[in-house]
Design a protein around this ligand. Structure first.
Ligand SMILES: Cc1cc2nc3c(=O)[nH]c(=O)nc-3n(C[C@H](O)[C@H](O)[C@H](O)COP(=O)(O)O)c2cc1C
Length: 199
């Protein structure tokens, strides 16, 4: 029997041990990522989320350039762990860069002044949903991933290297690839502390 939606949600975990092989063609993975983002809800159906999908050498370039940016600010005696982390991301098959188009946010603020203050937050919330949708869709295909945040350090580099419009604000980076190790243990807090049910 095929897995339920909830089972797929439970399958998604943070995976840092990544390898290059993928269980499908690049075209298939691109379609999967595009569909996950395309069908994610957004306020007023504004579709503010954008993505750049980097495979192979392009993904390696992103993590290598990020490493060099970090080298300038991380103390030399602590750099070994940063170096190892960047290499582990580069070891994957690719990386998704998640953006929110600020022109869309501005357009909504002008069109619906009553909600102007809410649109930046709505955009971030929608972007988070898109990230979760992609992460879970990759998990469903047997692909591991993690969610990283090297903004704003890498913003200029990304805009220069991949000719991203200036209105695209970078929020997250998701390295992905085949699973090369087990997941870390995960604990859960008591449901009673998180949920209230009234009936
Ligand atoms: C909004 C958000 C930000 C996160 N930022 C990072 C991050 O910068 N680096 C990282 O390694 N993991 C990051 N994570 C992953 C969480 O640490 C991880 O999802 C959490 O510990 C639960 O583990 P799981 O993903 O295996 O379920 C982030 C997750 C979320 C939802």
């Amino acid at each position: 029997m095929s897995k339920t939606f909830l089972e797929h949600i439970k399958t998604r975990r943070t995976q840092y041990a990544l390898g290059k092989e993928l269980p499908g063609s690049q075209q298939e993975i691109v379609r999967l990522i595009q569909d996950a983002i395309k069908h994610t809800p957004s306020s007023f159906n504004s579709q503010s989320s954008r993505a750049v999908i980097l495979f192979g050498k392009e993904s390696e370039k992103f993590w290598s350039l990020t490493k060099e940016i970090l080298r300038k600010i991380v103390p030399a005696e602590n750099f070994a762990s940063t170096d190892a982390k960047m290499n582990s991301f580069a070891a994957g098959a690719g990386t998704v860069l998640f953006f929110e188009d600020q022109n869309v946010v501005k357009g909504l603020q002008e069109k619906f002044p009553l909600y102007a203050d809410a649109f930046p937050s709505f955009s971030v919330q929608s972007g988070g949903m898109a990230q979760f949708a992609v992460w879970t869709a990759l998990a469903e295909r047997g692909i591991g991933a993690s969610l990283q945040h090297y903004t704003p350090l890498v913003d200029d580099m990304v805009q220069t290297e991949w000719h991203v419009p200036v209105s695209w604000k970078l929020y997250a980076q998701m390295p992905f690839g085949v699973h090369k190790g087990p997941f870390a243990d995960k604990t859960f807090m008591d449901d009673n502390e998180r949920f209230k049910v009234y009936a």
